[in-house]
Design a protein around this ligand. Structure first.
Ligand SMILES: Nc1ncnc2c1ncn2[C@@H]1O[C@H](COP(=O)(O)OP(=O)(O)O)[C@@H](O)[C@H]1O
Ligand SMILES: [Mg+2]
Length: 278
């Protein structure tokens, strides 16, 4: 019988004594591709960081590869942090960032081996950003930075890849490139867990999503979990779910627009009244 690669048992976790997610239960099997969906502040980043041993766990157990997670980083886990959480004051170049992903296995930074350099270059090439290798990381666009951190995670040859909002703030082409790359990696057996607040562009296409809001609201295939009721409990707002064949589309309920007249002026506003008199 195959064991889960990730298992959370009744996990309550947070920071400085304040729980952010409570009683989370979830099993993820090797080779799965899972999305964590939820609004800002829902606890998506906290859950990913719990798998790295980077948050306080007040109750329950976090297991990766059947072992309790502690603060020490596992070589088998690749982590692509949310770009907004990175401190850009750190003066490093692109290839240095990528090689940093290997720091645990190649001895003390900053003396990378020749093979680290070669692997870093190879990955940058694969991700289409080889020409940026010597540039300062701060000088890059969001999409380019995202690829650099992906390379940093991949240089570990991870079996489990965690990505925190990898498509936030990148253009559509980069988003598609990143998603195709993740699908290809997943096909080679890498387990992928990706957090996102993009339902239609990303989560609706995944085989499994967990709706997060201070805990797990729902867990399953998008066709089953993207219902108005679950979305309301996850995001707190009213949403419309449109299904067309295998496609699921989620839209905000446009109730605001009922209150505008046909010229786009707010109903009852002096402008609208003047307009109606004219
Ligand atoms: N380092 C931290 N210290 C204290 N509170 C934090 C920290 N990081 C996040 N939080 C709090 O935890 C809650 C959930 O945050 P987070 O997991 O980042 O949500 P999400 O990734 O879904 O937007 C928020 O209320 C946030 O303020
Ligand atoms: Mg987050």
């Amino acid at each position: 019988m195959t064991e889960p690669i990730v298992e959370l048992r009744h996990v309550t976790a947070g920071y400085a004594g304040r729980p952010v997610v409570a009683d989370v239960n979830c099993r993820i099997m090797p080779g799965e591709f899972v999305g964590l969906v939820g609004p800002s502040g829902a606890g998506k980043t906290t859950l990913l960081r719990a798998l790295l041993g980077m948050v306080d766990v007040y109750e329950g157990e976090v297991l990766v590869d059947d072992q309790q997670v502690n603060g020490r980083r596992r070589p088998s886990i690749g982590y692509v942090p949310q770009l907004e959480t990175i401190d850009w004051q750190f003066p490093v170049t692109v290839d240095e960032v990528v090689m940093l992903g290997r720091a645990t296995s190649s001895g003390p930074w900053p003396w990378p081996r020749a093979s680290d350099r070669r692997d870093a270059r190879e990955l940058l090439e694969q991700l289409g950003i080889a020409e940026l290798a010597g540039k300062h990381i701060r000088a890059l666009s969001g999409g380019q930075q995202q690829r650099v951190f992906l390379a940093r995670a991949l240089i570990r040859n991870p079996r489990l890849l965690l990505l925190d909002e990898p498509t936030s703030g990148v253009d559509i082409k980069t988003r598609d490139d990143i998603m195709h790359l993740l699908v290809d990696l997943n096909r080679t057996g890498v387990t992928v867990i990706v957090s996102t607040h993009e339902i239609n562009a990303l989560a609706a296409h995944l085989p499994r999503v967990l709706c997060i809001n201070g805990g797990v609201v729902a867990d399953g295939h998008p066709r089953d979990v993207f219902t108005p009721e679950i979305l309301r409990r996850t995001f707190g707002g009213e949403m419309v779910v449109v299904r067309q064949g295998t496609l699921t589309l989620v839209a905000d309920r446009p109730h605001l627009f009922d209150e505008f007249d046909e010229d786009g002026l707010p109903d009852g506003s002096p402008e609208a009244a003047a307009d109606a008199r004219a």
